[in-house]
Write a protein that binds this ligand. Structure first.
Ligand code: TYD
Length: 137
């Protein structure tokens, strides 16, 4: 899986309340090294605005809704996440931004790596150079 992909996660509908889950290598294509979450986002704020060289992620809107804008250096796609049984898989090497957070939204992010500040690309031109170097060796 090398493209951003919306993954339909298992969902057990139950009159007592629904349940969803995912397992590494089964529903998502990587080993889980870290989990973080984004919450209490003030109206109008944006998160992200960078790429990762190595890190792959799965993003789930556990509560509320937000947009994830994904850019591979060529094509930009906007994913509207508003259901806790959909996970957006983000491969390494894509520029991502999150915005339009609803009140009380909760974004769960599952990552393939431990936190590593050297994995970030913050400059868009640098990101394009990184992309263009892909597969040319
Ligand atoms: P950052 O990844 O820039 O957030 P976002 O992409 O959502 O805008 O992270 C914000 C700050 O949090 C930054 O100083 C790094 C720190 N941080 C950690 O220490 N560990 C983590 O797992 C994450 C995701 C961030």
């Amino acid at each position: 899986m090398d493209k951003p992909t919306l993954i339909d996660l298992p969902k057990f509908e139950d009159p007592r309340g629904n349940l969803s889950f995912f397992e590494e290598f089964k529903h998502i294509p990587f080993k889980i090294e870290r989990v973080y979450w984004i919450y209490d986002v003030p109206g109008g704020q944006k998160r992200g605005g960078h790429a990762f060289k190595m890190q792959q992620e799965l993003v789930v809107a556990l509560s509320g809704s937000f947009d994830v804008i994904v850019d591979d250096g060529n094509i930009q796609e906007r994913y509207y996440l508003n259901r806790s049984y959909f996970g957006l898989f983000l491969p390494a090497g894509v520029w991502r931004q999150m915005e339009n957070f609803s009140t009380n939204s909760l974004a769960l992010v599952v990552s393939s790596t431990h936190f590593d500040s050297s994995d970030y690309i913050f400059n868009y031109d640098e990101f394009l150079k990184f992309r263009n170097g892909y597969g040319k060796e």
